[in-house]
Write a protein that binds this ligand. Structure first.
Ligand SMILES: [Cu+2]
Length: 159
């Protein structure tokens, strides 16, 4: 019995130590970009493309850059931007997006979006997909993306 009472506290200490190792891992210390409010619009019919929107905030002390993205839900995820050219909406791929210190940059309808092409299956309202954003300095940041209504304008517009 004496032995048991000595072993259990030791195991408890080890478990606590292991938790600290996880909390202090380099990825959590280096994460100076916050990705919030991600959402995607449900796809109509058997559409193979979908747009993902989110907001990224640079809470760190150095400028960063969004380089690209990926998701297991689609063959590719590209940074796209929409712009009015001569009164016509054009959509095209965007290069890396700068995220200056303190900046809050939103990907939103009629502006920048993450274009998923080659969807593995249609996105239905209520689904959730995982997207990983790749930053030059902060590295890979994963976010869960809820799928909203096909006509949704964003989470903040749902009353
Ligand atoms: Cu697009």
């Amino acid at each position: 019995m004496k032995v048991m009472t000595q072993i259990w506290p030791a195991l408890a200490m080890m478990a606590v130590a292991a938790m600290f190792v996880v909390l202090a891992s380099p990825s959590s210390l280096a994460a100076t970009i916050e990705v919030t409010g991600a959402w995607a619009r449900a796809t109509p019919g058997s559409a193979k493309n979908a747009a993902v929107y989110f907001t990224m905030t640079n809470t760190g002390k150095e400028a960063d850059k969004l380089m690209g993205a990926e998701t297991p839900a689609a063959e590719s995820a590209e940074l796209h931007e929409t712009a009015m050219v001569g009164g016509i909406m054009h959509m095209g791929s965007a290069k890396a997006v700068d995220v200056p210190v303190g900046a809050k940059i939103s990907f939103a309808p009629n502006g920048r979006h993450l274009m998923l092409t080659g969807l593995k299956k249609p996105l239905h309202k209520g689904d959730e997909i995982a997207v990983t954003l790749h930053f030059e300095k902060a590295g890979a940041i994963g976010t869960k993306v809820p799928v909203l209504d096909v006509a949704a304008l964003g989470p903040q517009h749902q009353h």
